[in-house]
Design a protein around this ligand. Structure first.
Ligand code: CP
Ligand code: NVA
Length: 321
């Protein structure tokens, strides 16, 4: 597979030069095309077949928060596509001394072919995109984590051969993961349940958007607060940490509020017999998920982590070619 493949693809070709700030900006057809490309790139990589879709291209990655999977999957991914990565810690750039995001966006556009950023405010990612001439990729904000959900959809699609009609239940905090998962799953026509303590629901604005979306896609969204009820018949059980990056000071209050919102053997027993368990990782074992489930036969969390590599390669290839 070479760069001509993408140029000739009716859906992927139109993604060239686009930003990836939230899954809201992508149609179900575009998301499916990215998932399909991710599966194909995975196959080529496993078979040792060349797929240098981005020869000579450079991706910059800008981090305001820690990362294992995102950083490594993008860095290894661009290398496997024939390109190169520059990893930047925001505090070591002039950004940390007051240079504006707008000027940084303009300068980086002169050096590199794409920029992935992991930060706090979604507005900062939008600002970068407004001022940069290159594709901007959201590698996690307080509001969204769309790259993770591409890999999650790929993992579900691999296991079940379909997305539409499956039931996905997320149990935990109504955070960035819950927002992006709800958007991605409802876009793909899935039955989506977000189960949180009453004080930790997803943002009403995101839910209102997802409700409107469900009417178009045939998917559905429900907010619940009883984990066992929410898990009933689910094909996918999903969880994330109770304390996200930047919320460390709230840790004690959150641990108390989320007690009971754990994926354990009892929760899994309520799900469909074919159910898989996903977690974006890193996990806090013994809090949102037990060892028994995470290391059990229905856990797909490490395939999911691996798929970050393949999904990110698909994304970079489509946007940055
Ligand atoms: N899931 C995820 O984004 O992992 P990292 O924080 O390690 O990048
Ligand atoms: N909700 C978590 C996801 C980490 C990948 C966080 O923002 O820290």
């Amino acid at each position: 597979m070479g760069p001509d493949y993408l140029a000739a693809h009716p859906v992927l070709a139109s993604l060239q030069g686009r930003d990836f700030l939230t899954l809201r900006d992508f149609s179900p057809e575009e998301i499916q095309a990215l998932v399909d490309l991710a599966c194909e790139l995975k196959r080529l990589q496993k078979e040792g077949k060349p797929h240098r879709l981005l020869p000579g291209k450079t991706l910059a990655m800008l981090f305001y928060k820690s990362s294992t999977r995102t950083r490594i999957s993008f860095e290894v991914g661009i290398y496997q596509l024939g390109g190169h990565a520059v990893v930047l810690n925001a505090n070591e750039l002039q950004l940390g001394r007051g240079e504006t995001i707008e000027d940084t966006a303009r300068v980086l556009s002169r050096f590199v072919d794409g920029l992935m950023i992991r930060t706090f405010a979604q507005r900062d990612v939008e600002l970068l995109a407004e001022y940069a001439d290159i594709p901007i990729i959201n590698g996690l904000t307080d509001l969204y984590h769309p790259c993770q959900v591409l890999a999650d959809l790929q993992t579900i699609y691999e296991r079940f051969g379909a997305l539409k009609g499956l039931k996905v239940t997320y149990i935990g905090d109504g955070n960035n993961m819950a927002h992006s998962l709800a958007i991605g799953c409802v876009k793909m026509g899935m039955e989506t349940v977000i189960c949180t303590p009453p004080d930790y629901k997803p943002l009403p604005e995101v839910i209102a958007y997802v409700e409107r979306l469900a009417a178009e896609t045939g998917g559905s969204i429900a907010l619940q607060d009883d984990p066992l009820e929410a898990a009933a018949g689910a094909h996918v059980l999903y969880t994330d940490v109770w304390v996200s990056m930047g919320q460390e000071e709230e840790a004690a209050r959150r641990r108390a509020a989320f007690a009971g919102f754990q994926i354990n053997g009892e929760t899994l027993a309520r799900a469909d017999r074919s159910a898989i368990v996903l977690h974006c990782l890193p996990a806090h074992r013994g809090e949102e998920i037990t060892d028994e489930v995470m290391d059990g036969p229905q856990s797909a969390v490490f395939d999911e982590a691996e798929n970050r590599l393949h999904a990110q390669k698909a994304l970079m290839a489509a946007l940055m070619r």
